[in-house]
Design a protein around this ligand. Structure first.
Ligand SMILES: O=C(O)CCC(=O)C(=O)O
Ligand SMILES: [Fe+2]
Length: 280
């Protein structure tokens, strides 16, 4: 967005009554979601211009979660052969629904990591300020939850393309990242099949047994759903390419989990005395 289009939007949704160009927390809280939807409708945003056209939610898989959620997590631990604590402290399961006409243009699930980049999952524990942030999704496990009547494949436009250069993604007006128009031209396409999954690494190895640079060949997207509905789920495994920060994060999480267990056992003792009624 340009500064002008932001100002235009603020005026349309009456977001900045004092007109100072900055949206304060108080002004944000006063926002009326209806005004916002009305404004978006009036903008006639083209479907193809949206990076994605889908809905999603998150499902907890940690301790105490439903057995189905726990078993998915266990299977991901076996599949990835990673230390369980790395998987256990990763993001929850993201469940996604695309209706007919839905898509997700080609993208990376995670960003490049420079020395001054923080990972979302470790940034609080690392307690460092950083100008950039990314989700540090080392692995993606994508589950297909249904069979899609038409379209909806997962495309990897440049998978295995050893001669890939960034410019070749857009040639003669053909943008290979456009999953509404050009899925048929990509290098690899996976058809959704209920109960199956695809699994890939978003980062290369650093050659020393740890996470290295972003793997540009992991570019992928969801093709246009031409008929029916598409349901998928994503399990992202977060690892900080900065090993020290990842280990510090794991130690902190272990401390936190142990503390919770201690609190829990105190509570159990309390509970066993709960029938004792003491008159004060
Ligand atoms: O819908 C697909 O097949 C791909 C989904 C995806 O890439 C994502 O959710 O990050
Ligand atoms: Fe993705």
């Amino acid at each position: 967005m340009t500064p002008e289009s932001i100002r235009e939007m603020y005026t349309a949704v009456k977001a900045d009554p004092d007109g100072n160009g900055v949206l304060s927390l108080e002004e944000f809280k006063q926002l009326n979601i209806r005004d916002f939807h009305k404004y978006m409708g009036s903008q006639k945003v083209k479907m193809s211009d949206l990076v994605r056209n889908s809905q999603h939610t998150w499902l907890y898989q940690g301790e105490g979660a439903h057995q189905v959620m726990r078993s998915i997590r266990q299977r991901v631990i076996h599949l990835t052969r990673l230390p369980p604590e790395i998987v256990e402290h990763s993001e929850p399961l993201q469940v996604v629904r695309y209706d007919q006409g839905g898509h997700y243009h080609a993208h990376m699930d995670s960003g490049p990591v420079f020395p001054e980049t923080a990972c979302t999952h470790t940034k609080l524990v690392a307690n460092e300020t950083a100008p950039f942030e990314t989700s540090c999704r080392y692995i993606t496990v994508l589950f297909y939850l249904n069979n899609v009547t038409g379209g909806g494949e997962t495309t990897f436009p440049i998978a295995d393309n050893r001669t890939y250069e960034e410019m070749s993604l857009i040639q003669n007006d053909i943008d290979l990242r456009d999953t509404r128009k050009h899925c048929d031209k990509g290098n690899l396409r996976v058809k959704p099949l209920q109960g199956t999954a695809v699994f890939w690494y978003n980062y290369l190895s650093d050659g020393e047994g740890w996470v290295g640079d972003l793997d540009e060949y992991s570019l992928h997207g969801g093709c246009l759903v031409t008929e029916g509905t598409k349901w998928i789920a994503n399990n992202w495994i977060n690892v900080d390419p900065n090993k020290r920060r990842q280990l510090q994060f794991q130690e902190e999480m272990a401390r936190y989990t142990n503390k919770e267990e201690e609190d829990q056992s105190e509570w159990t003792v309390d509970k066993s005395y709960s029938h004792v009624h003491v008159e004060l």
